[in-house]
Ligand binder design. Structure first.
Ligand code: FAD
Ligand code: EPU
Length: 282
């Protein structure tokens, strides 16, 4: 498998584990996109968009679709000058955006602290915490679909708990956010609360929480009280720190990880729905 520099990836077959935070996933044709013309060329065959790969479980066999990764031209954090109403590229990293808007005393993104996504992936998943999610600040998105760019209002994106109704073939290219003027001190106070709520989460290779929380309950708590922390299949293990995190101890395969999720489900007496997006499984 070639180990080309990512910036040169233009239709090369690459191991997708390189593009995921869990470090699992087989090969696919990866298209690194810098311009809308690139998008036009890349979308001539079936495709999927990837963001920071922080909510994906990708099969060891890889996927047959092209994988479209928006490049640095879509990371527009540098254009942020403290304005409350702004268009940003979909490859803008969320951690940097949360930090910069906080410094500018703008409120609306605090609940997203600690989420290792890029803007496009955070919108597609309506990422968030109990302190707030993407839908709080999102106004509209620009998407590439059917060979052209279109705008979709947030009200038409069906954003709910870790879910959107974004059409499968729509690639978010930009998004307009509206933030509320506040003060850096007030924003920092809320950020500290969000940070404290994340203290029990592992810092090693994972894809965040594996399962959505069942209504009125916490999947992590249910897995914990079932005594499953430390349960292992190969190098995939239920984190000792947080029951809803499956960590990769080194060489976990997608098969290990999926088997472990099945094992967890068989031992927890509540319906657990995966939060991760599964690629390449039947
Ligand atoms: P990816 O994982 O790359 O993709 C996720 C989905 O978005 C896929 O279906 C993909 O096709 C689609 N997508 C990506 N980019 C685009 C685009 N440009 N256009 C259209 N579709 C696109 N999530 C939370 O909600 N709250 C948390 O607190 C949280 N904590 C986490 C902590 C850790 C340590 C980790 C590893 C993950 C955590 N997550 C959390 C999960 C994850 O960060 C979110 O689901 C995030 O929204 C995924 O964004 P991404 O850019 O990585 O998208
Ligand atoms: N708990 C346990 N044992 C555990 C884990 C949690 O008993 O191993 C208990 C905690 O003590 C607490 C309750 O369960 O009383 C809830 O736990 P926590 O505060 O950690 O929140 P969570 O519901 O497990 C959710 C999100 C996280 C988000 C945090 C912080 C989901 C599935 N998870 O976790 O999101 O970061 O709140 O707000 O909604 C993600 O989606 O990937 C993710 C990490």
């Amino acid at each position: 498998m070639p180990t080309a520099n990512l910036s040169t990836a233009h239709g090369q077959r690459l191991e997708l584990k390189r593009f995921t935070t869990l470090k699992v996933g087989g090969p696919a044709e990866v298209w690194q996109i810098e311009t809308t013309d690139d998008l036009l060329e890349a979308t001539q065959e079936p495709y999927r968009a990837i963001g920071a790969g922080s909510n994906l479980l990708i099969s060891d066999e890889g996927i047959s679709e092209r994988v479209i990764k928006l490049g640095s031209d879509f990371n527009t954090l540098k254009t942020f000058k403290g304005q409350g109403d702004l268009w940003l590229g979909a490859a803008t990293p969320l951690p940097g955006l949360v930090r910069r808007t906080a410094q500018a005393g703008l409120s609306g993104l605090e609940g997203l602290l600690g989420i290792p996504a890029v803007l496009g992936g955070a919108i597609a998943m309506n990422a968030g915490t109990r302190f707030g999610d993407m839908s709080d600040s999102l106004q509209e998105v620009e998407v590439f679909v059917d060979g052209g760019l279109e705008r979709i209002k947030v009200s038409e994106l069906g954003l709910s708990y870790r879910h959107s109704t974004l059409p499968e073939d729509a690639i978010i290219t930009r998004a307009r956010l509206k933030l509320t003027p506040s003060t850096p001190e007030k924003v920092e106070t809320l950020l500290a609360k969000v940070d404290a709520a994340r203290k029990g989460q592992p810092k090693v290779k994972s894809a965040g929480c594996a399962f959505k929380n069942p209504a009125g309950n916490s999947a992590g708590h249910l897995i914990d009280v079932a005594g499953l922390k430390g349960l292992r299949v190969g190098d995939a293990m239920v984190s000792h720190e947080h029951g809803n995190f499956i960590v990769n101890l080194g060489n976990a395969t997608a098969n290990d990880v999926l088997k472990l999720t099945d094992l967890i489900r068989s031992k927890v007496d509540a319906p657990l729905e995966l939060e991760w997006q599964l690629w390449g499984f039947q």
